[in-house]
Write a protein that binds this ligand. Structure first.
Ligand SMILES: [Zn+2]
Length: 397
């Protein structure tokens, strides 16, 4: 998103207003004196800036709602009716879109199952555009549209606004997606990658931005991780951080989509589970037997129903994931490891096995301070994270 366009969508006029908006975002409802206490800013400055933000309609104030003090004063909140952001996440088999209002609430959702991986580039752009149009048509009465987030499954150049390539969508190469969408919608567009968007989303929705160090393990046809360390989301040089799936975990010559062998993704992703089950099923008794095509989700669901063949395959995969994640924990020392909700579909026994393997493989010094959990959010994570990222930009000065 270009700087001049960003300026147009700024909600905060100065540093004090930005600080107040961030505090209200994370600790709402909070009173003016609560803000003074949290920020150390002079009362007069907080009061003046708060009045301006109330007048602009960015904040609302309600009696006796302050949750941060003993005396139940008037609490400030972000006003969801001030405006909204449209956000769309596209991947090889799905497009998900959300409309998120200026109180960071999802007000509309769309999910479209579509095989983007086999479509030509122009058709993919057409489908993404259509999804944004659908979102737009649902949101006529929610204030002003602040911008659009495009959440991309591959490698991006966020400065140029270009999708460089996506390993999961063959035709998706060197697409000036920001320019295309800005021209079409006459709105500022921000390009983000899936990993960063998802960790932002779980941070906002599940951890309320209160944890400085955590890792989110994304699990699906691929495996990746999002990192927040010392309060900063880590994207790495060239936005390439987080490729946990391509950590080598076995000497077995199992080919991976990256061109390597023995990667975690090649032995433990949903695609690997599907492949392993299909190869092992002949002559075995299993609820998957007789199924024409077995998907990775079929395998984990069968494991949840105590199917022996599926359980063995899932346990082997989860053990590899547990050990790999433990390595990350030992290096990065997060407070929390949060796993993708898909993991839960494998049933409580498999989840316990995964978490136990992880805890067992972590250094003793890290064990006592580590918390592990499974995310409760089932969909639209990337799209919401994109929207949250645009909103975060809007409330910085
Ligand atoms: Zn690989």
């Amino acid at each position: 998103m270009s700087i001049d366009k960003l300026e147009n969508i700024k909600i905060a006029d100065n540093g004090t207003q930005a600080l107040i908006l961030r505090i209200v975002r994370d600790l709402n409802p909070i009173s003016r004196s609560g803000i003074v206490e949290k920020t150390g800013q002079p009362h007069a400055a907080v009061s003046r800036s708060t009045s301006i933000l109330l007048e602009k309609g960015v904040l609302t104030e309600e009696a006796h709602t302050d949750t941060n003090g003993p005396r139940r004063k008037r609490g400030l909140q972000l006003n969801g009716n001030y405006g909204y952001v449209l956000s769309v996440e596209y991947g090889p088999d799905r497009i998900e879109g959300v409309v998120t209002n200026t109180a960071y609430e999802i007000v509309e959702k769309i999910a479209i199952s579509i095989d983007l991986a086999s479509l030509p580039q122009t058709e993919i752009i057409e489908q993404v555009t259509k999804c944004i149009e659908q979102l737009q048509s649902k949101t006529r009465s929610c204030g002003i549209c602040l911008g659009i987030a495009a959440v991309d499954p591959g490698i991006i150049d966020s400065d140029k606004g270009t999708s460089i390539l996506a390993s999961t969508i063959e035709e998706w190469k060197n697409v000036p997606i920001v320019e295309i969408l800005e021209k079409r919608f006459k709105l500022p567009v921000k390009l983000l990658n899936t990993g960063i968007s998802k960790i932002r989303a779980v941070d906002r929705l599940e951890l309320n931005n209160a944890v400085e160090n955590f890792i989110y393990i994304e699990y699906g046809t691929g495996i990746a991780c999002g990192l927040k360390l010392n309060g900063t989301y880590i994207s790495g040089h060239g936005n390439l951080a987080g490729e946990l799936g391509h950590l080598r975990v076995t000497d077995a010559q199992i080919p991976c989509s990256c061109g390597g062998v023995g990667c975690l993704e090649a032995v433990a992703s949903l695609s690997a589970l599907a492949k392993n089950a299909s190869q092992a099923i002949a002559g075995k008794s299993s609820i998957l037997a007789g199924q024409k095509q077995i998907s990775g989700v079929d395998v984990i669901r069968a494991a949840a129903e105590h199917d022996r063949l599926a359980s063995r395959i899932v346990d082997e995969a989860f053990e590899k994931i547990g050990i790999a994640v433990a390595g990350l924990v030992n290096i990065l020392s997060p407070k929390i490891v949060l796993f993708d909700n898909t993991i839960e579909e494998a049933g409580p026994e498999a989840v316990t096995m995964l978490l136990r393997t992880l805890e067992k493989s972590v250094l003793i010094s890290h064990q006592s301070q580590l918390e592990t959990k499974i995310s409760s959010i089932k969909s639209h994570l990337g799209a919401f994270g994109g929207a949250a990222s645009v909103l975060d930009e809007c409330i910085t000065a």
